[in-house]
Design a protein. Structure first.
Lengths: 312, 192
């Protein structure tokens, strides 16, 4: 069964029926936003059932759209979050990616600014590596990007999309080894993105992110995961009731190959490790559970089939 | 609108972006009408960011008569406030001249000075020099425009001219001075 990421937008009225229907189809809810009378659901549903689900949602005036960015966590990396330089274009990028379903985190580097003096410390590197993808929002000068980019990517092993003011060709020319993706014409600017041209630049980022994520998904398909992250999320939600008391917008963040659980590692990692996914198979059998570098959260990285010889 | 505005950089894309940033920042800080000439020179290879320019007459000094009208009522002098913009500085000045005991503000638009001799030409006393604050605002705007990480900076503002130079390296004084004076020459000014 191939699950596809979708976004459902509709009213609060009878939304529980929508949730039940997604679960009946064998899908999973990734995130639920309730804003006044509106409801936005990000979910995975079986590919063959999209039309059926759309037909079911129509009488409730709900809209269903495929959102390739649902179920991934993206780091938007910027050299600094200095007050003088706000509003930063990265704010708009992070926000725009959220509107199409991605979970984005801003990573403002402590000493990422400048050319010669820019640095990436071990904590920043590890935090970036806990994401599915990193978008580096660099500045306006080719000369600077060329010199600083290699320093800022040192030790980062997730796919990187490089953005900056120079055109894509120039960005491609100055990066060695190449990055996973490029978006040009998007450097440092001081205005909010309101015009059509500005929105077009943000759409280019979404397009590039979707492309790079599809490449990553294809790679994962060669050696599939032992269990789907969305399924593991449901197992944890059923097995650890304390997760419902976490006030974070996403108490469990779904990633391409894992989860970030926003509970203290010391107190909960053993409980989570021993939770059964199916008979005789626990979460510990299917995933590595480690402390996250982000606060005291728990990071779950699902093992591939080649490692466990289990698919549940 | 500015009489002369130019951004120079060997990288065309970066230059156009910085031109746009400058326009946005000057308009956000309400400085477009104040700046007469502005020239920005950026060389990311050195690296250096230099902004030189001149301002228009920022307007006369703000005097007591610009803030309110003065009436003598027996022993007391009553000042009716017309423009509150510089009221805080005005009150500070009054406390300096007459002392807290003699200055009272019974409501938002009234100040009463009692049992104190009012100096001659009181109406002409300068409260704020707008040129000072305008140039300071302008230097702040340059800090906003300058590239991130250019922490080593030198700034100057005189009566009419200003310059702002920034880099991430400590550059020799003569290098900065040469670049700055060359930029002033290009806008038809002599650096003072």
């Amino acid at each position: 069964m191939i699950l596809v990421p979708i976004t459902y937008t509709g009213g609060v009225y009878r939304h529980d029926e929508i949730i039940d229907y997604i679960e009946d189809l064998g899908g999973y809810i990734v995130q639920k936003h309730e804003m006044a009378q509106e409801m936005v659901l990000q979910a995975f549903i079986p590919k063959d059932d999209i039309e059926r689900f759309t037909a079911f949602a129509r009488p409730l005036a709900g809209e269903v759209a495929e959102s390739p960015l649902v179920g991934c966590e993206i780091a938007v990396v910027i050299p600094s979050l200095e007050i003088h330089h706000l509003p930063h274009s990265a704010c708009d990028i992070a926000e725009y990616l959220r509107t199409v379903g991605a979970k984005t985190n801003m990573v403002g580097l402590a000493r990422g600014f400048g050319k010669r003096i820019s640095q990436l410390n071990d904590e920043e590197r590890d935090v970036i590596n806990e994401h599915d993808l990193a978008i580096y929002v660099l500045g306006n000068f080719e000369t600077c990007i060329e010199e600083k980019f290699n320093g800022l990517r040192r030790g980062v092993n997730v796919p990187i999309i490089l953005t900056g003011a120079p055109p894509v060709d120039a960005l491609r020319r100055i990066t060695d080894p190449p990055a996973a993706g490029y978006v040009g014409n998007l450097g440092r600017f001081m205005h909010r993105t309101r015009t059509e041209a500005d929105i077009g630049r943000l759409d280019a980022v979404v397009e590039e992110v979707a492309r790079v994520l599809n490449v990553a998904r294809d790679e994962i398909a060669h050696d599939p995961l032992s269990v789907s992250p969305a399924r593991l999320k449901e197992v944890i939600e059923d097995g650890v009731p304390e997760i419902h008391q976490v006030y974070s917008p996403t108490p469990i963040t779904v990633q391409l190959t894992g989860l970030r659980i926003k509970l203290p590692f010391d107190r909960y990692h053993d409980v989570i490790k021993s939770l059964p996914v199916e008979e005789d198979v626990t979460i510990g059998d299917t995933a590595w559970i480690s402390p996250s570098r982000m606060r005291d959260y728990i990071l779950v990285q699902i093992k591939p089939f080649s490692e466990t010889h289990i698919v549940v | 609108m500015l009489d002369a505005f130019e951004v120079e950089c060997f990288e065309e894309v970066g230059r156009d972006f910085y031109r746009q940033i400058t326009e946005t920042v000057l308009s956000d800080h309400n400085l477009t009408a104040v700046v007469s000439k502005l020239r920005i020179f950026i060389d990311p290879r050195i690296p250096i960011f230099v902004a030189v320019g001149t301002i228009r007459d920022a307007g006369a000094s703000i005097r007591v008569s610009d803030i309110g009208s003065i009436q003598m009522q027996g022993d007391e002098t009553v000042i009716s406030i017309r423009d509150e913009t510089y009221l805080a500085q005005f009150l500070t000045r009054l406390y300096e001249i007459f002392g807290h005991d003699h200055v009272d503000q019974p409501d938002r638009f009234t100040i009463i000075i009692s049992k104190a001799e009012i100096p001659q030409n009181f109406e002409k006393i300068e409260i704020v020099n707008r040129a000072d604050t305008v140039l300071r605002d302008l230097i702040y705007a340059m800090t906003v425009i300058a590239p991130e990480g250019f922490k080593v900076r030198r700034e100057y503002y005189g009566k009419r001219q200003f310059y702002y130079a920034a880099s991430e390296n400590t550059l020799p004084e003569h290098v900065v001075e040469d670049v700055v004076s060359a930029q002033f020459t290009l806008i038809g000014e002599v650096m003072r």
